[in-house]
Structures are given as C-alpha cells and as structure tokens.
Design a protein around this ligand. Structure first.
Ligand code: SAM
Ligand code: SF4
Ligand code: SF4
Length: 338
C-alpha cells in the first residue's frame, strides 16, 4: 500500500496516533481519575477486551500507511501493561514510523527504562505536578511522594531516552509550584511543559476558574527568567515554546483552553479496547476492534479508518463555551489516553 495521507473535513491530515494500552492506573490524580469515582468497585476493562499487541501492531502499520508518522503510548498508566517493551519492539520495526513516545507517571521507569530504550523507544513524557511530597501525594491520590518519580526521571535519562516533564496546573492547587518546577527542570536540563487544566471527561469537576492560563504562567516565569519565543518545529506542534535566554533549553505551554490549536490538530486516539476517537472531547468512539476480529483485510480496515477521518469535523476547544462544557458527552482521559 502507498501512503495515502487522508485528510478530514477541515483539511487536517492524519499524522499522529495515541494508543492507550490500558485504562488502569496506580495513581488517582484528582484531575484525571478522582479516587471517589475510580474506587475499588470501578469496572475497568477486562483483559479480554484489550487489543492484543499483535492487533495493535497490525493497526499501527495500517495507520502508518495512511500517513501517521508518530505514535505515543499512553493510558491509564501504560507501564502497568505487561511486557510493554515487547509492544515497543514490534512498533519500532514498522517502516515509515518516525517516532515512538510514551507518556507515564514515571514510577515504574527504574524497572523498564533500559529495556524500553533497547526496544526502540525514543522519548518519554513524565508527569510531575509538584516537588512538594505532601502536595504531590494529595494530587496523585495515592500518597506517593516525589522521590519515586525523580528516580524514574533519572532512570530514563541514564537509559538515553529523551525526557520531557508534563505539569498540569490547577488554580489554588499547585500554582505555587510553577516556579520551583521551572527551577528544578532548568537545573536538570529537562524540558518542562505546563498543561492547562482541561475539561476532559466528566468526573474531575472542571471549572473555568480553575484554569491557570498560559499568560498567567508566562507572566510569572518572566519575573524570574528571560524567555524568548521559539519557532514551531513542525506543522501541528502542540506546545508553544520559549527558550531560556542564553541556553538551549526551552519550556513549553499546552494551551488547550486559552489558545486552542484545533486548526492544526492531526491526532487520532485508539482506546485500549480498540475504539477510535477523533478528538479528546468527542465521546463517540468508532469500533475498530470487533470489525478487525471479523476477519477483514488490512485494506478494509484502512478504508474504515479513512472514512472515519474523512468525516472528522471536531474542533471542540475552538468552540468551548459554558454550554459545551456542561452538555457534551465526554470520555475520561484515563480511557481515551491523554
Ligand atoms: N498515566 C500517564 C501519565 O500520567 O503521564 C499517562 C496518561 S495521562 C492521562 C496523560 C497526560 O494527561 C498526563 O500528563 C496528565 O497529567 C494529563 N492529564 C490528565 N488529566 C488532565 C486534565 N484534566 N487536564 C490536563 N491534562 C490532563
Ligand atoms: Fe493515572 Fe496519568 Fe491519570 Fe494520573 S494522569 S491518574 S497517572 S492516568
Ligand atoms: Fe484536537 Fe479536539 Fe483538542 Fe481540538 S479539541 S486540538 S480537535 S483533540
């Protein structure tokens, strides 16, 4: 099959695929999987519902034929999925795939970083929202301190993986950690990306007032550091980046709420049970798994994915209003994959 470069209704090509490999997590971050909702009785997907690694590999090859250049593995906590390096190895052998990344809370990286790197992983994004043990334990809902994540960061660096740090900022919760996190990342040569708190799913009690905007974070940082804007590396780059003057290191902002970037959104998302989502905020998934399990050919699967992408009109963040926040059917981040 030749590369097809399918486009959606707004002329956006399909270039990125995020694959959620598991909907479970060892954390209960308040903004993602609040412990009151994701309690001991919560019905996570049974193993039989998950796409197998062979199925993920097959789909990934088809997506790459359709134009996907980058794949990111996520979850839930992807490192909870057994033998993840086996999947990374399968994916790293796909011709035409330029990049494989992983988003993780980092605590299992000391165990897996080296193996993941050897399997072909290039980079990890590690989530860390505070350097204060007590606050971090409160945010992650499991009283896990900062040290296990720092160990994960060090393990990833030692293994030779590219490392970026993701920090979700929520007003009144961890905005006091913005400057300490910037300082820590700068000292350790880590690219930090501040993520605006988003109204993903319907369990995190999101309010516009809880969002700390890019402008607010930028203004605060500018009191401590001289920052100069950096041009985007490629079409559809999500983070707006600034370089610390006089250094090679930059800091990024994911401005999903205050400065939406739907017009260049080239991302598709595959849930752990094989549903395809065309937007983080569009709760209507398209079944791929059961279709694939009926014994159809790669070409038929490619046609189905193309026609879903061709019909895509999503631009939720461009259109966000109080009404869409309250009334739209939404899907949880831990299921769809962040
Ligand atoms: N468990 C892994 C982790 O935490 O990195 C991967 C999955 S997590 C859903 C992916 C990313 O989504 C994390 O960086 C997390 O901080 C972010 N995230 C989760 N809920 C969010 C929200 N409501 N707003 C903004 N970012 C969120
Ligand atoms: Fe788990 Fe990641 Fe969600 Fe936190 S953000 S609960 S670590 S999936
Ligand atoms: Fe892409 Fe949807 Fe986010 Fe817009 S709101 S950037 S279309 S995922």
């Amino acid at each position: 099959m030749d590369k097809k470069y399918v486009k959606d209704q707004l002329n956006r090509p399909l270039k990125d695929l995020r694959i959620s490999v598991i909907d479970r997590c060892n954390f209960r971050c308040q903004y993602c999987m609040p412990a009151e909702v994701f309690g001991p009785d919560f019905a996570f997907l049974p193993k039989s519902e998950l796409l197998t690694y062979e199925e993920i590999e097959r789909l990934a090859k088809i997506f790459v034929e359709l134009g996907v250049e980058k794949i990111r593995l996520t979850g839930g906590e992807p490192l909870l999925r057994k033998d993840l390096p086996v999947l990374v190895k399968l994916l790293s052998q796909i011709n035409g795939l330029r990049d494989i990344g992983l988003t993780t809370n980092g605590v299992l990286l000391p165990k897996y970083a080296k193996e993941l790197k050897e399997a072909g992983l290039k980079r990890v994004n590690i989530s860390l929202d505070s350097l204060n043990d007590e606050l971090f334990g409160e945010i992650n809902g499991r009283n896990v301190g900062v040290k296990p994540v720092i160990k994960g960061i060090k393990a990833a660096q030692e293994a030779g993986l590219g490392v970026k740090i993701n920090m979700v900022v929520k007003k009144g919760l961890n905005d006091s950690e913005i400057v300490p996190m910037a300082k820590f990342c700068k000292e350790n040569n880590l690219q930090l990306r501040f993520i605006e708190f988003m109204d993903v799913g319907s369990t995190n009690g999101w309010k516009m007032d809880d969002v700390v905007t890019k402008k607010e974070i930028y203004d605060l940082l500018s009191k401590h550091y001289l920052l100069e804007p950096v041009d985007p590396d490629y079409f559809g780059e999500v983070a707006k980046r600034y370089r610390y003057e006089g250094s090679d290191l930059d800091v990024g902002f994911i401005t999903s709420v205050s400065e939406s970037f739907c017009s260049s959104c080239t991302r598709s998302r595959l849930s752990a049970n094989g549903q395809l989502f065309t937007c983080l905020f569009n709760g209507n998934g398209h079944d791929i798994r059961d279709f694939m399990r009926t014994g159809v050919s790669d070409g038929e699967i490619a046609d189905r994915i193309s026609s879903i992408w061709n019909g895509r009109t999503d631009r939720y963040s461009d259109e966000r209003t109080e009404e869409t926040v309250a009334n739209r059917k939404k899907i949880e981040m831990s299921y769809i994959g962040g």
